[in-house]
Design a protein around this ligand. Sequence first.
Ligand SMILES: [Zn+2]
Length: 255
Amino acid sequence: MYYGINVVLIFILGLIVGSFSNVCIYRIPRNESIIYPASHCPKCCSKIKPVDNIPLLSYILLKGRCRNCKSKISIQYPIVEFLTGLTYLIIYLIYGLSIQSLIYIILSSALIIIAFIDLNEQIVPDVISLPGIIIGLILSFFVPYITYANSSLGVVVGGGIILIIGLAGSALFKKEAMGGGDVKLAAMIGAFLGWRYIIISLFLGFFLGALAGIVLILSKIKSREDVVPFGPFIVLGSFITLLWGEKIISWYIGF
Ligand SMILES: [Zn+2]
């Protein structure tokens, strides 16, 4: 019974945080405050009433349009809210009510914000990734599931792999394949998940990124010259690893 209530509450918590993440995704690349002013329509600047600011629900009730000026609200808003809720829910189902769950939901929120900023603007914001590295390292002193050695090795291995591949890619293709933002992002994830998980995360990220690249080029949505940001795929890979890392490792060893 409690379990059922918790599942609903965790999902709702995720929706609310997701709603705030949308504010961060929009404002951080514009160097705007994420606290002030209150949410407003980017088109007509009218303030969004609390009743129109309910995650998921308001988007559906308003049929995806601003109440005041009827301009379209990006589908990204409900997607971010739902994704955050779903991620919280799965983390809770796997790790229960634990300090590990708490840290992972904070990490996943930061990563969702980074992924969508990278998708929209092709940048990984330093204001999240750099403090993220420090926080991940500091936390490893206090939590039971990762050692400081593993966390710091995660930073070096994660950042190092992307740095080396990025340098090799630039030398081979004469254009920047992966930016410094991706190096810091991988280092941050490594600080939280350790060296084994960051290797799996990056491997999955490369695999999914290559797959998506092939699909986008074959379906002519993107050409070979277009830049497809890599950050979202690192994030996706790290989500899969954070949730099912042990299963992946035991599957790989049994292979
Ligand atoms: Zn409006």
